[in-house]
Structure formats: C-alpha cells, structure tokens
Design a binder for this molecule. Structure first.
Ligand code: ADP
Ligand code: MG
Length: 306
C-alpha cells in the first residue's frame, strides 16, 4: 500500500484524572473511506479534535502527510479538511456565495473550483438558493464542499450522518465514495451507528472506552484466513458431526434445526467437504453466513456496547 496520509501512534489523552484515549494507533490511506466507529462516549470526537489540533495530545504522535500535528501544526493542518461540529455556514447567503466567502480565506480558489465542488456534492441545481432553506443533508454536503475548498488530502467528518434520514444517509454514502474515488483523497468518518457505515467504508477502526478494539477491512470476512460461520445441509447431521469431530477434534461445530453449524476458514471448509463426501455423507448445500458489522463489533467487544 502507499504511505498513510494520517497516522496515529500510541496517542493518549488525559483530561484531569480521566484517561480518555489510550494508546490509540491506526493509519488512514489515500483514496479510502475509513470508518472510525464506537459507541457514544468512546472517544471519537476527542480523537478527531486532537487530529485537527483543537485539543492537545497528552502523549504519542499524530502525523498528517509526514508532518507532526504538535510539532509542525501549520504544515500538517494544510492537508486536512474537517467538519467537527456543525458546518459553519451563513444561512442568508446562497450556497455559491457561502463557498465564495470561505474560498477567500484560502489561496487560489477559483470560480471553477467552486463550481466543481458544487457539482461534486450534487448542489449545482440549488447553488443560487439561500442556505436557510436547505435540508440538513444539503447543509452537510455544502459543509463538505467548503471543507474541500483548499484541496485537502484528507477529509475528516465527525458523525456526518447524525440527524439524516435514510435517504440522506444513502446520498451521503454515494457522494463520499465518489469524492474519495474521484479526488483520490482519504476520508475519515466517525459514527456510533455501525449499520450505516457498512456500505460507506472500505476499512474501519472500532474504539471502545478510548481503546482500539480492532481495525479491519469491511470485506475482511471474504479473506481466506478468517473463520466464518458456515451452515451445512446434509443427509445425516449427527453422523456428519461425528465424522468431522473424529478427524478434526478441535473445530467449533453445532447442530441447529437439523443443520450443521461450523466456524472455520474457507480452506478448512474445503477439507471438510471433501472428507464428508469421502465418508458417504451427502451434502446438499454449504452457506457462509454473512455477519453484519454490528455482529462483528459485538463479537469483538464480547457483547459490551459501551
Ligand atoms: N472536555 C472534557 N472534559 C472531561 N471529559 C471529557 C471532555 N470531553 C470529553 N470527555 C469525556 O471523554 C469521553 C469521550 O468523549 P467523546 O470523545 O465525546 O466520545 P464520542 O465522540 O465517541 O461520543 C467521554 O467519557 C466524555 O465524557
Ligand atoms: Mg462525538
């Protein structure tokens, strides 16, 4: 993979006696939508505030495009576009005039840049309407266009789907993926609603009580070396179970509703199928159960959600 655009290295945050973020490390790469997930109070906003320099890091380091946020703030922050709280927009100005206004704060923002951003976030058709009349989703999108005016290499959004209806969430997902792909930038998006992030992100980190639980690809359950639940439909479940256990005594296997339930990797499943068949068991079908992000989170946290 290419160099990470954002790296957290053993980041800690203490406020008074509270140890809010504990040894947090992860990397975000160009072109990916990275989900930063965890229940309310887990420390997502605190982490994002450290990344964008709104609050100090107690120990550890945050590197943005090769620059330490604490040692070389100006160079580091140039690479970041962020919406941490609500996007700051002027309700009495039109979408286009808002962008013109904010564009004046950065160098070299042209009319064409502004037009391009409006198209990218699907607001071209309402660019001359006042922001006061916009829906929350439209305001979020304009906020993103604004955060991207200075051509950042990473866009950071703290819970951008909060308050959006399902249609708004779907739109957000579509254009964040489009932005990451077309502009080749990284997007870090936090959320406490895992189900909303499943189709939006390429990879994700889960934090709980300020600690990293896991980082993985959304599609990791497709990977050959990860054990997934498989359901076997066979002519004789009891016999099939005994046969498998006699050859593979350590596998996790159960019978449910006259079906065999086996947790194993793709490679192991291949061997099981061959072995069962060689012993005369008839296999009608084998299905890999797809786990949702929610289920994987509960598994990773032993069912604790906060
Ligand atoms: N300024 C602060 N002073 C003391 N505690 C804080 C402060 N900001 C956040 N916290 C605490 O840090 C923890 C993480 O909060 P936060 O980062 O807002 O979580 P999240 O964004 O994941 O919901 C919470 O327990 C919260 O109460
Ligand atoms: Mg938060």
């Amino acid at each position: 993979m290419s160099e990470p655009i954002l790296s957290l290295r053993k980041v800690n945050k203490k406020i008074g006696k509270n140890h809010i973020i504990k040894d947090l490390s992860f990397d975000v790469y160009p072109g990916e939508v990275f989900g930063f997930l965890g229940p309310n109070g887990a420390g997502k906003t605190t982490t994002i505030r450290m990344i964008v320099g709104l609050t100090n890091i107690t120990s550890g380091e945050i590197i943005v495009n090769g620059n330490s946020i604490s040692k070389n703030y100006k160079k580091a922050i140039e690479n970041i576009g962020a919406i941490v709280e609500n996007p700051e927009l002027y309700p009495y100005l039109t979408a286009r005039k808002n962008l013109i206004h904010f564009g004046r704060m950065s160098n070299n923002v042209t009319k064409e840049d502004i037009q391009h951003r409006l198209e990218l976030v699907n607001l071209d058709h309402v660019k001359d309407e006042k922001v006061a009349r916009f829906s929350l989703g439209m305001k979020q999108r304009l906020g993103i266009a604004q955060a991207m005016l200075h051509n950042p290499k990473i866009l950071i959004l703290d819970e951008p789907t909060n308050g959006l209806d399902p249609a708004g969430i779907r739109q957000m997902r579509d254009y964040l993926r489009k932005v990451a792909k077309e502009e080749g930038i990284a997007i870090l998006v936090s959320s406490h609603v895992l189900s909303e992030m499943e189709l939006m992100c390429d990879r994700f980190a889960i934090i709980q009580k300020g600690e990293l639980v896991q980082v993985e690809d959304v599609s990791s359950e497709e990977q050959a070396d990860i054990a997934n639940r498989h359901i076997f439909e066979v002519n004789d479940v009891e016999k099939a179970k005994d046969i498998l256990l006699s050859e593979y005594p350590d596998i996790a296997i159960e019978i449910h509703d006259n079906l065999l339930q086996v947790d194993a990797t793709k490679e192991q499943i291949g061997s099981f199928i061959t072995y069962l068949t060689s012993k005369g068991i008839i296999l009608y079908q084998v299905i890999r159960e797809k786990q949702t992000l929610e289920e994987r989170f509960l598994q990773a946290t032993n069912g604790e959600v906060s």
